[in-house]
Design a binder for this molecule. Structure first.
Ligand code: SF4
Length: 102
């Protein structure tokens, strides 16, 4: 990998799925194109993000907490690869997910 390619991007923003517990009128998710990828697809992508020198993965949906098992696995995969991980949430389910999940 050339030095030119490394550190070109600060964050990999990934949209996991369209599923959500809200129905905001302004939401873009119903207009999103393409098929949803399985969890393994995103787990396999993380080492490539690392190879590209991307230091952080930011996950969105939909609502990521609809599938906390996904978030837990992606957070672990990022940690194992030395990447930061964060996700965007509408916060409605934050009390339903034990924080030690992550
Ligand atoms: S909470 Fe976010 S993802 Fe869910 S419907 Fe509203 S804007 Fe869309």
């Amino acid at each position: 990998m050339s030095k030119i390619m490394k550190n070109k991007f600060a964050v990999a923003s990934i949209h996991l799925f369209r599923e959500c517990n809200m129905s905001c009128a302004f939401c873009y998710r119903s207009k999103a194109e393409g098929t949803e990828k399985p969890l393994q697809f995103w787990k396999d992508a993380i080492p490539y993000f690392k190879e590209l020198g991307i230091p952080q993965v930011a996950a969105g949906g939909g609502e990521p907490l609809m599938r906390p098992d996904w978030i837990k696995e992606l957070a672990k995969k990022c940690k194992d690869n030395g990447l930061y991980f964060n996700f965007t949430t509408n916060g409605k389910m934050i009390r339903d997910v034990p924080m030690d999940t992550f």
